[in-house]
Design a binder for this molecule. Structure first.
Ligand SMILES: [Zn+2]
Length: 334
């Protein structure tokens, strides 16, 4: 099946981990292709999530001015266009970009405005998710969610709140208040969990953060009771197959739980996570699911429709995006 021209929805995508070589050299011309491969792209197998995340440090260092944030956001839109993504949610941690004096508000405003330009230039619909980070203090996490509250609402592209970074090394305690605050202000929530830790981490995330989606959540497959709970409560899993093999959640792609989760009737989508660190497109990920698990258009279509159903965009956008996807798949069959 040729997925290249089919419309796609991507819910789990990190801005700072998706910088093309072109944009890296626009910001720092001295970076050679070898250096880019070594510093920005992870090998097929890292020791763990923490090892994988070291690539993000190089990227974040180049994302410290308004101009850099604008360039990288628009570069990502270009990549999404080439992959025929029609709706994307792009996430980032605003406070990572303040090392050279930008305020967190300036960071969010800049990415928000650049996203607006990207939407106009490409016709891709898009929203932003602000991520707090596992190693943050409670105060930092509250500051991040306060930004989400400030920017969430009509006329803004900020659609949701997330927690990212090293699940294995830091507990959830510092972030419970931030998620409660997001809930109190009707800010949609997703959370990275069930990636570097197992089902216990997913349960505690569900109980304390009350997200409607999980970033990854794939280790839920270790607990049959949890699978039933996720299905019955319509929790959507943002599954990123290649990334999970790189971070050693699964030894080989053949061991990945994606197909089992799908067959369990859980709402899920396929995502890249990081277009640079993982060095993949959505089309690549769909092909992986096809070649390893025998997926076809039926499964990929279902994942795209589940993704838009669970997107954080205004509800009135959803039927239009849904129609576009369904029409394209019908035309491809015919
Ligand atoms: Zn992620």
């Amino acid at each position: 099946m040729d997925y290249s021209s089919l419309p796609k929805v991507e819910l789990h995508l990190h801005l700072d981990c998706s910088m093309s070589y072109d944009v890296v050299t626009a910001i720092k011309p001295s970076v050679t292709p070898e250096e880019y491969r070594k510093k920005f792209i992870a090998p097929p197998k890292c020791a763990d999530l923490a090892d994988y995340l070291t690539r993000a440090f190089h990227a974040v260092a180049l994302l410290q001015t308004e101009e850099q944030l604008r360039l990288v956001t628009l570069d990502l839109f270009k990549q999404l266009k080439a992959d025929n993504v029609i709706y994307a949610e792009i996430r980032f941690g605003p406070m990572l970009h303040t090392a050279k004096g930008l305020t967190p508000e300036q960071v969010v405003r800049t990415v928000n405005e650049a996203t607006e330009v990207g939407v106009r230039q490409t016709g891709i619909q898009a929203g932003l998710i602000l991520s707090t980070l596992r190693h943050y203090t409670e105060a930092q996490s509250m500051q991040t969610v306060e930004l989400a509250r400030q920017f969430h609402g009509p006329g803004s592209r900020v659609f949701g709140f997330d927690i990212a970074a090293d699940e294995a090394a830091y507990p959830i305690d510092n972030h419970i208040r931030a998620f409660q605050y997001a809930k109190a202000h009707d800010i949609p929530r997703t959370a990275h969990a069930g990636e570097a830790r197992g089902a216990g981490s997913v349960w505690e995330t569900l109980r304390n953060f009350e997200p409607s989606r999980l970033g990854h959540g794939v280790r839920s497959a270790e607990d049959p009771e949890l699978l039933v709970w996720l299905r019955d409560n319509n929790i959507h899993l943002e599954v990123c197959p290649t990334s999970n093999v790189q971070t050693n959640v699964f030894n080989r792609i053949e061991d990945h739980a994606a197909d089992l989760l799908f067959r369990s009737g859980i709402s899920m989508s396929i995502n890249t996570d990081t277009r640079t660190i993982s060095n993949v497109t959505l089309e690549d990920e769909y092909r992986v699911m096809e070649s390893v698990f025998g997926w076809g258009p039926e499964q990929i279509l279902k994942c795209n429709l589940e993704a838009i159903d669970h997107a954080f965009c205004p509800p009135e956008w959803k039927s239009r995006i849904r129609d576009r996807i369904e029409r394209a798949y019908t035309a491809q069959e015919g």
